[in-house]
Ligand binder design. Structure first.
Ligand code: TXA
Ligand code: MG
Length: 316
């Protein structure tokens, strides 16, 4: 009986709901309820210095979370919402400190998933929702990835099918005359620039880390050691692992000795992005000593975002 009405009641009582979005599943709580938000941090094991994204059902509801709404924010919201772009703006006074990690800004987005939108509308106010994984692990892209992680009494899970995008939203800091990418996503700098009508600064390591604490520390990491190879043939260097799972390109035809496993990834960028986290989780479930991923080439925002996630999943 995990209906939207049941989930909304659970949220109103201070509980947590795993909700599908078009990017990844989020662990939602009512943004205004600081105690419920604290429960989200505890459930994830998330450091308190890493702020959360506030999810709204409409542009107007998102605007109410912000103390300023410069023209580029309006332009980006109109171009990409509902959709996988998160805007970082000065926070409205009502937004609890715990949501923004005490900072002066708030991250907001309108997700493009009917279940998420219906849930927010049923509750009638914005919801925080970090990705519904334990902090540091691979983000969930199906309800199956979320079931059983937390007790059912604590987290109600809404099944909205597999996520269409599969990678987390592009996060951008917005001011009057510029947009700065804090976390890459499937909407890239070129598309942002076209819509925003102002200059778009691409992410730069040190700077972005200071502006978005979520970029510090381990992220997207399976339990098994993850290794990246530029050339599929380079997987041979890992054949003496106890057990290897190799995520290779489509049609990969490298003979691996037992007990190693080879899985082919999809060839197109959207399909690759949609399947990446599920494949990493599946590989991890085989309890290998290492997962080796052949880094896909290819130009464009989706491939850039894929490579960024892989690089972070592989860094220890
Ligand atoms: O696609 C998504 O964005 C998913 C779905 C569930 O909406 N959510 C998600 O949330 O990825 P999370 O918590 O896993 O990542 C949020 C990112 C973190 O890197 C965090 O540091 C950054 O957004 N962030 C949140 N608030 C911020 C703020 N006020 N300033 C800068 N960065 C912020
Ligand atoms: Mg996350």
């Amino acid at each position: 009986m995990d209906t939207i009405a049941h989930a909304a009641a659970h949220l109103r009582a201070g509980g947590l709901v795993a909700m599908p979005t078009e990017t990844v599943y989020g662990l939602a709580a009512i943004a205004r309820d600081a105690e419920a938000v604290a429960r989200v941090f505890r459930a994830k094991g998330r450091p308190s210095n890493n702020p959360l994204i506030v999810h709204a059902a409409t542009l107007a509801m998102a605007q109410e979370c912000c103390a300023a709404w410069p023209p580029p924010a309006e332009a980006l919201a109109r171009a990409f919402w509902p959709g996988p772009v998160t805007l970082v703006l000065p926070r409205a006074a009502w937004v609890p400190d715990i949501v923004t990690a005490g900072g002066p800004t708030v991250a907001v987005r309108v997700p493009r998933h009917p279940v998420a939108l219906a849930l927010i509308e049923a509750v009638g106010q914005p919801l925080v929702a970090p990705s519904a994984n334990r902090s540091g692990y691979v983000s969930p892209t199906t309800a199956n990835h979320v079931w059983g992680v937390w007790p059912r009494s604590e987290v109600v899970v809404l099944d909205g099918g597999p996520c269409e995008v599969g990678l987390e939203s592009t996060v951008v800091a917005v001011d009057e005359d510029s947009v700065r990418v804090l976390r890459p996503g499937v909407i890239g700098a070129a598309e942002l620039a076209l819509a925003a009508g102002v200059r778009v600064l691409e992410r730069e390591g040190a700077d972005a880390t200071a502006a978005s604490p979520g970029l510090i520390g381990p992220h997207y990491q399976p339990r098994a050691r993850l290794v990246l190879v530029e050339n599929p043939e380079d997987v041979r260097a890992y054949f003496d692992e106890t057990k290897l799972v190799f995520l290779g390109p489509p049609g990969v035809s490298i003979d691996v000795p037992r007990p190693h496993v080879v899985l082919a990834m999809p060839g197109g960028p959207a399909e690759y992005a949609r399947n990446l986290y599920g494949m990493l989780r599946g590989a991890d479930a085989m309890e290998p000593s290492a997962i080796v991923v052949s880094v896909p080439g290819g130009a464009g925002a989706v491939w850039d975002a894929v490579r960024e996630r892989l690089a972070r999943a592989a860094s220890r």
